[in-house]
Ligand binder design. Structure first.
Ligand SMILES: [Zn+2]
Length: 89
């Protein structure tokens, strides 16, 4: 699998991959009162409404970086587990 992304861009960037997490929020948009979606990327999270208002929320603090394991799992899925097999006796 080849990548057309420029150096330093893994394809996991928000602009490419989109948010890690998206869910309807119980909180209304503080700017217009519309229902919002809560989106997360890395430890950042925010609300976004249908009028494209975004409202930052407190960043997640989950201790050890869960996204690192997530990214590694994604990499294994992308590249397959074959490359790891060579390292085993
Ligand atoms: Zn709004």
């Amino acid at each position: 699998m080849s990548s057309n992304y420029p150096p330093g861009v893994t394809g996991n960037e928000y602009a490419i991959a989109g948010p890690d997490y998206e869910e309807e929020s119980d909180l209304p948009c503080p700017k217009c009162g519309k229902p919002t979606l809560e989106q997360r990327y890395r430890h950042d999270r925010w609300l976004v409404c249908e009028n494209d208002h975004t409202t930052g929320l407190e960043p997640l603090d989950e201790g050890p970086d869960p996204d690192r394991a997530h990214d590694e799992a994604v990499e294994r899925r992308l590249f397959g587990d074959d490359r790891y097999d060579d390292w085993e006796e």
